[in-house]
Design a protein around this ligand. Structure first.
Ligand code: SIN
Ligand code: MN
Length: 276
């Protein structure tokens, strides 16, 4: 039988080499159902954390839910995720950013080629790419509903097409399909010819991790199926930006090392249920 330590060790080797990996311990249907319940309830609320598609009422994303929803809060603390994040980053971590990109049927719009670290260092002053994105499919991700596509190995190139100006301060251009910082089609084409691409498909519950500097994108949702993808960014405690200015729902100000939950179950202990 493969132990957790062996799974984590294998994930770390692939992640360092490729800039992404699948973690072969998916979440079960009950856990995914609880997360979806929270996300769907939040997405019906009128609050700044809920972002819509350009020119439409379709919800594109919900942000920062781990700070106000007890199910999402507990989820970020599950040992399965914290151990994976700490292994991949190689240091104690905290949640830097939490979002769910919902890609509604036919309306969910693309994310052009980009590197997340550009946003985090230019806008927030994150010192180094000592962080990791962990993604959890809340819906099945298939070829037609706009799955995430990564260019393996591109994380080793540092910042590509790095902006020359300072921060835009315009956070809406960091969460819309008209992204502030993109990797040009020329550069993406060159990397694609060198490395190829991987499309991160899988049933609901599938877990992937990807590096802050990997070049990635996703296309419009061309299907009748929603593609909800949860993305949790864990950052090394030593790598917290000293003076972030973007809203707290994009850059968490609580930079203390995350406390692991007592188990991998999302069923809340009575104390935490009372807080909901
Ligand atoms: C991202 O680039 O951070 C998310 C892209 C997606 O949801 O497809
Ligand atoms: Mn991204």
């Amino acid at each position: 039988m493969t132990t957790t330590a062996e799974l984590l060790g294998g994930a770390k080797i692939t992640y360092d080499r490729e800039g992404w990996c699948e973690y072969p311990l998916p979440f079960d249907a009950a856990t995914v159902a609880l997360l979806k319940q929270s996300v769907e309830r939040i997405s019906r609320e009128a609050r700044p954390e809920v972002v819509h598609e350009k020119g439409s009422g379709a919800v594109r994303a919900v942000h920062g839910c781990h700070t106000f929803d007890s199910v999402c809060a507990r989820f970020t603390r599950l040992p399965r995720l914290v151990d994976l994040a700490q292994t991949l980053v190689g240091a104690p971590v905290y949640v830097y950013q939490f979002k769910v990109n919902l890609k509604q049927p036919y309306e969910g719009a693309a994310w052009p080629w980009h590197q997340d670290f550009t946003f985090w260092t230019v806008e927030d002053g994150m010192p180094a790419p000592d962080a990791v994105n962990i993604t959890i499919c809340l819906d099945n991700a298939h070829a037609e509903n706009g799955p995430l596509v990564v260019i393996p190995g591109s994380h080793r190139h540092g910042l590509i097409d790095a902006p020359t100006g300072g921060a835009t301060g315009d956070w809406r251009s960091h969460v819309s399909t008209d992204l502030a910082y993109t990797v040009s089609d020329d550069q993406a084409g060159r990397l694609l010819r060198e490395y190829g691409s991987r499309t991160l498909l899988g049933p609901a519950g599938t877990v992937y991790a990807f590096h802050p500097s990997i070049v990635h994108s996703s296309s419009n949702n061309r299907s009748p199926d929603r593609r909800a993808l949860m993305l949790i960014t864990y950052n090394a405690v030593h790598n917290a930006p000293p003076h972030p200015t973007r809203p707290e729902f994009l850059v968490d100000r609580n930079t203390a090392a995350i406390e692991r939950a007592d188990s991998d179950s999302l069923t809340l202990p009575a104390r935490e249920t009372a807080l909901r």
